[in-house]
Design a binder for this molecule. Structure first.
Ligand code: ADP
Length: 177
């Protein structure tokens, strides 16, 4: 599934983000940039120790913000690490924080002159954000950003399961209708 917004292609695919050849892939990291399970663990395993060396130098990063490191051995030259919200009940600013995580990641890509970026589904694994709601916020935020900013060629969501892809596809259709 794909749409062109201004000069940017927005696309949804099912896959493993560690295999992406975009300029950057985004990591759903934790505030301590300490690695862990899920997509974070997969990225550090695939990219090797240089990513963690740079994370240690950066230190920590609050929810809703993003930092950039090398991609190490990944095809992607950079990893943008962003911290999504831990979902409690939806009444603790989760949506704002999730939108900020996407926006700050895209800002960092543009500031670094990158043209192509891949995102996983931030916060919908260990952090417990309901995927249907997260998909809506993710796609809306990315669409708003690329409508205002024509510096990126491609933003791709790389969803790890058929169910996640279906949720993102539904949100995408609602928002592009
Ligand atoms: P969070 O802590 O932000 O919830 P998780 O890594 O637990 O992050 O989950 C975020 C999403 O990333 C989940 O939908 C999970 O299925 C997905 N995921 C896990 N491994 C990969 C991968 N290699 N590529 C893309 N997505 C992945």
């Amino acid at each position: 599934m794909e749409a062109t917004i201004g000069s940017t292609t927005l696309s949804l695919v099912r896959g493993d983000i560690t295999a992406e050849d975009t300029d950057a892939i985004v990591n759903a990291a934790n505030s301590m940039l300490a690695g862990g399970g899920g997509v974070d663990g997969a990225i550090h395993r695939a990219g090797g120790p240089r990513i963690m060396e740079e994370c240690r130098k950066i230190g920590s990063c609050p929810a809703g913000s993003a930092v950039i490191t090398t991609g190490g051995r990944l095809k992607a030259r950079y990893v943008i690490h962003t911290i999504g919200p831990v979902y409690r009940d939806g009444e603790h600013g989760e949506e704002k924080t999730l939108a900020s995580a996407y926006r700050e990641s895209l800002k960092l890509a543009v500031e670094n002159g990158l043209k192509t970026v891949s995102f996983p589904s931030i916060s919908t694994g260990a952090y417990g954000y309901p995927v249907e709601a997260a998909a809506e916020t993710a796609i809306r935020t990315v669409m708003e950003f690329i409508k205002k900013n024509n510096k990126l060629d491609l933003v791709r969501f790389v969803l790890f399961s058929d169910g996640d892809l279906a949720s993102y596809t539904r949100a995408f259709k609602r928002l592009t209708a």
